[in-house]
Design a protein around this ligand. Sequence first.
Ligand SMILES: NC(=O)c1ccc[n+]([C@@H]2O[C@H](COP(=O)([O-])OP(=O)(O)OC[C@H]3O[C@@H](n4cnc5c(N)ncnc54)[C@H](O)[C@@H]3O)[C@@H](O)[C@H]2O)c1
Length: 305
Amino acid sequence: MSPERVVVTGGAGFLGSHVCEALLAGGAQVVCVDDFRTGSRGNVPDGVGVVTADVSRPLDLLGPVDLILHLACPASPADYLRMPVDTLRAGGFGTYHVLELARRKGARVVVASTSEVYGDPEEHPQRESYWGHVNPIGPRSVYDEAKRFGEAMTTAFRAEHGVDAGIVRIFNTYGPRMRAHDGRMIPTFLRQALAGEPLTVHGDGLQTRSLCYVDDLVRGLLAMARSGHPGPINLGNPTEVTVLDVARKTIEVTGSSSVVRHVESMTDDPRRRRPDISLAREVLHWQPTVPLEEGLRSFARTFAG
Ligand SMILES: NC(=O)c1ccc[n+]([C@@H]2O[C@H](COP(=O)([O-])OP(=O)(O)OC[C@H]3O[C@@H](n4cnc5c(N)ncnc54)[C@H](O)[C@@H]3O)[C@@H](O)[C@H]2O)c1
């Protein structure tokens, strides 16, 4: 039997490149579809086929496809605020074209959604049954609403075309290959700590985050791919920490002499974020295992500043 052929859209990005690596290690034949707008060729592991394409345009690939992991979309606020229309296109049209590909190939497809579909949540922790609290015209809406549209499209393809599609709602994930300047909290703190600069905390820093190490997340994503479950299923680390705590832990693990500096709060910045992962535990037998200090240490070791 020929090995399973898996397409990873966004395979040149942070999460996608780790997914490609794990799939290769499991013996799959892997194809990365990416237009490199926020990812890089250097992230794609050797042995992975590369197709340069913008997923927001019609997509076709030669040969059979057994599984698609759809991760292509700008994900960091700095990226999606720089390209708001393209972010809506990737999350909206891109998800449509990927689902079309899955329909034509008869492939299972897992669509990466996000905890941002919950917006600034009024329910805590967030269960999959919560509908969210999103400002449709706020600065984050290009990302949040594109992902919400993507979820609706995925659900429609299951209902109308019988596509074996599943949705995962990914919560903040960090680890090697995040870009030092991508604007997300952990690489920003690491960069500042390693340079001996003040760590910039927005507002009072008492807003919370739940941070999942990339290896844990990839395990969950692949379990979802194998499960045949429609989702949505939350994937994230349920340990809640304040942003201030994350800053202090970063200073500690890097042995930095940096201090914390409070700066202006960000518009529509969620106050609290914590996944309820009961469903992932039950259906995927999955839960994160890497504590924050350990994950920060691993990331710091490979961090290129
Ligand atoms: N990292 C997280 O904490 C997190 C949290 C929730 C959801 N997600 C989702 O996971 C996915 C991957 O996120 P990431 O953190 O690895 O981001 P990333 O920016 O590192 O990777 C995204 C990849 O998609 C590619 N891409 C973007 N738009 C494209 C397009 N139109 N056509 C083809 N390729 C395109 C980029 O070039 C890049 O390689 C995204 O869908 C994101 O919404 C990530």
